[in-house]
Design a protein around this ligand. Structure first.
Ligand code: NCD
Length: 308
């Protein structure tokens, strides 16, 4: 099993062994992040472009640092400063960066399927950093790493994913990753923000958040993706916070040692209260560190492969 030379589009295409390989490699990568030096030469001579055509703080910065910690040359291109604002197509933009000799393109784009499309346009490895509401594989992998570090296992754990499931690429990738690793997934959100036709082994849908978080080992709170919504999908911010918001009271339904995740950025006070964000059960800060480690693992494994 090897991810060498492979593009990373979504976890639907991953086996549980491949997920295990990424998690174990990421644990090794954390040692580099925590060392004084924060620099190795694994990817020396490799060039990576971060092509971010949708906004990002965590994912873009952590992919950039991940490449740099591994010794690659990394250049980031943002939507607002690229020639796409002058009307250049995605295909021509990709072919332009390919001509510069890059080995991998980390790409974020608002259209579902854009990362897969990119693999048809150019030869370098494509790593999907989020394509519309479709997939966000590195986020799901960092979620798994954060859970495993805290619980020492994944199999058999009950996770509740709460919020805007319909528009969330994080939810989609989490569902594939978590079920492949033997976790029991419960989804909850307003009816208008839940998938309409959904039948997935190991996944239960609830319209009531209390049912989903009861005895949960992990609660992953999702942001309302206001930029992907038409108006009227939930009554009002205050109503949403009251019925679905994760606050200290609701938390008492979950296991005592429940772990709280949120991919960020947050709509403050809407889907999660500050009290929960900053409480001792929250692993939101660890998710960010683990994001760098998982992205280092993905770059290392796809550009260099497993070595003896
Ligand atoms: C997520 C994303 O961009 O899909 N954020 C992230 O990568 N840290 C979730 C979100 O934007 O809500």
């Amino acid at each position: 099993m090897n991810l060498f030379g492979k593009s990373i589009i979504g976890l639907e295409n991953f086996s549980s062994d491949e997920i295990r390989l990424v998690l174990d490699t990421a644990k090794e990568m954390k040692k580099i992040i925590r060392s004084g030096e924060k620099k190795v030469s694994n990817l020396r001579g490799k060039a990576i472009i971060n092509l971010f055509l949708e906004n990002s703080t965590r994912t873009r910065t952590s992919f950039e640092l991940a490449g740099k910690y591994l010794g690659a040359d990394v250049v980031s291109i943002n939507a607002s400063t690229s020639s796409m604002t002058k009307g250049e197509s995605l295909r021509d933009t990709l072919r332009t960066v390919e001509a510069m000799g890059v080995d991998a393109v980390v790409m974020r784009h608002k259209a579902e399927g854009s990362a897969e499309y990119a693999t048809k346009c150019i030869k370098p490895i494509i790593i999907n950093a989020g394509d519309g509401a479709h997939a966000h594989p590195s986020q799901a992998l960092l979620d798994l790493l954060t859970i495993e570090e805290s619980k020492n296992r994944l199999e058999g754990l009950k996770v509740a994913i709460v919020g805007d499931i319909l528009h969330s690429r994080v939810a989609r990738s989490d569902i594939f990753g978590m079920t492949k690793m033997g976790m029991e997934v419960h989804l909850a959100g307003p009816k208008t923000l839940l998938p309409r036709f959904f039948n997935f082994d190991g996944v239960t849908i609830h319209e009531n958040v209390e049912d989903a978080i009861k005895n949960a080992d992990v609660i992953n709170v999702l942001r309302l993706q206001l930029e992907r919504m038409q108006a009227g999908l939930f009554p009002s911010a205050r109503e949403y916070a009251r019925i679905f918001g994760i606050n200290k009271n609701r938390l008492s339904l979950a296991k005592d040692d429940v772990l709280i995740l949120h991919p960020g950025p947050q709509n403050k006070g809407l889907e999660i209260s500050d009290e929960v964000t900053y409480c001792e059960k929250s692993a939101i800060h660890s998710q960010v560190e683990n994001g760098v480690a998982v992205r280092m693992a993905l770059l290392d494994l796809t550009l260099l492969g497993v070595r003896d």
